[in-house]
Design a protein. Structure first.
Ligand code: S3P
Length: 432
């Protein structure tokens, strides 16, 4: 299915952005191994998170729901049982990598698989430390499917991760619950810290200092109530649309503004955007705010240091659209990780921006974008949800119609995206 968007969109109004994807995966997994019944409010019902829900169900957890309130009767740390089929995590790297950390501690065998995009993604980054902890895992030349042989004795690990990745950190920390002794882990830069923030709600003690975390094995999770606010990495598409529009005013209430996630806000503000956070508060250990964006400001290009990459890791496709609308040349370095996301996001964005008439130079771990006049055309998302939404939101500035190919996977993170976009006045159609 393709999206077709008309130009001259003036983003206006208020929408409810669906729940945070990272926290939804974690809350579902932790609830499944907790003692008692957990309640998750605001669980993201996207295909990625529903795949995680189906996986924990197949492992024995009982899940029921009414609207977006999910009740999970956990099986306790050692009460899950073998699934009678392979666990299909669909498009979700988070689902697969975190679940691998959970399954290496079980007494039974499991097989994790996914869609063709997931089967191209690197898994050595989690299997290496998990194997060092004593896990028995086989993969297919570093890619899925992953076979996990249970019943191993795990031991605590002192691990210095070569990459700043919350998925690696979380897989290790979840496995550490099942390990004998203490696990310590450091990363080159602090990646998103949702696992560290959520563990205490489930009764887990975790120590943190800068980029280091440590956790003692043998702790048990107890059921919790988790409140999940809107996903900043879904909100970002409409934030950028409003920022690049000649005229716009949008309001996005109840968004998670965890400081490890909102690098894109800082970057857009540095470019000259008018974005205001109000009603700042905290739920389930996470900072939340309402976001108001006023469009119509001139944007200036930036040269960004490599350290900016991690805090905006999922938000670069949207930021590249903002860069295309800025005055001057934007340079972003240290973004090699984008090449191993749901698709190669540097290549897909560079190709699409060029179709729309923007000058782009892409290297292995960097991109240079010259701001200019964005026209219309047909661009390919390559089945990547964030590329599809980024190009749809370019309609706030583009001078022609944009057709975005292969948009079905938008449902992996933002169900009802089209409706939300229409509620903000975007003339968008789905074409099969
Ligand atoms: C996620 C971590 C990030 C991010 C992904 C979700 C998570 O990946 O890109 O969308 O929930 O832990 P990396 O850990 O690979 O950077």
């Amino acid at each position: 299915m393709d999206y077709f968007v008309e130009p001259d969109w003036i983003p206006q109004g208020e929408i409810a952005v669906p729940g945070d994807k990272s926290i939804s995966h974690r809350a579902m997994m932790f609830a499944a191994i907790a003692d008692g019944e957990s309640e998750i409010h605001g669980f993201l019902q996207s295909t990625d998170c529903l795949a995680t829900m189906n996986a924990v169900r197949a492992l024995g957890a009982h899940v029921s729901h009414c609207a977006d309130v999910f009740k999970i009767r956990g099986c306790g740390q050692y009460g899950l049982s073998a699934a009678d089929h392979d666990l299909d995590l669909g498009n979700s790297g988070t689902g697969m990598r975190l679940l691998a950390g959970l399954l290496v501690g079980q007494s039974f065998n499991s097989c994790l698989c996914g869609d063709p995009s997931l089967h191209k993604r690197p898994m050595g980054r989690i299997t290496d430390p998990l194997i060092q902890m004593g896990a028995s895992i086989e993969d297919s030349a570093g890619k899925p499917p992953i076979y996990i042989y249970g019943g191993q004795r795990l031991r605590g690990l002192n691990y210095c991760s070569p990459i700043a990745s919350a998925q690696v950190k979380s897989a290790v920390l979840i496995a550490a619950l099942y390990a004998q002794g203490e696990t310590q882990m450091s990363e080159p830069q602090l990646s998103r810290d949702h696992t560290e923030r959520l563990f205490p709600s489930f009764g887990i003690t975790i120590q943190r200092e800068n980029n280091q975390v440590s956790l003692c094995g043998g702790q048990h999770l107890r059921a919790a109530r988790v409140d999940i606010a809107g996903d900043f990495s879904s909100a970002i598409f409409f934030i950028v649309a409003a920022v690049i529009a000649r005229q716009a005013s949008i309001f996005l209430p109840n968004i998670n503004v965890n400081p490890t996630r909102i690098g894109a806000l800082d970057i857009l503000r540095q470019m000259g955007a008018d974005i205001v956070l109000t009603n700042c508060r905290e739920h389930s250990g996470e900072p939340i705010a309402d976001i108001k964006v006023n469009g119509g400001k001139d944007l200036q290009a930036l040269t960004l240091p490599a350290q900016a990459a991690v805090r905006a890791i999922d938000d670069w496709p949207a930021l590249f659209i903002a860069a295309a609308c800025a005055q001057g040349v934007t340079k972003v370095r240290g973004i090699a990780e984008l090449r191993v996301k749901e698709t190669d996001r540097i290549a897909a964005m560079a190709e699409g921006l060029q179709v729309l008439g923007i000058k782009v130079q892409a290297l292995s771990d960097s991109i240079t974008i010259e701001g200019g006049v964005m026209g219309g055309g047909t661009v390919d998302s390559y089945g990547d949800h964030r590329i599809a939404m980024a190009f749809s939101c370019a309609a706030a500035r583009a001078q022609g119609e944009i057709r975005v190919r292969q948009c079905d996977n938008v449902d992996t993170s933002f169900p009802y995206f089209v409706q939300a976009a229409r509620d903000l006045q975007l003339p968008i159609r789905e074409i099969s």
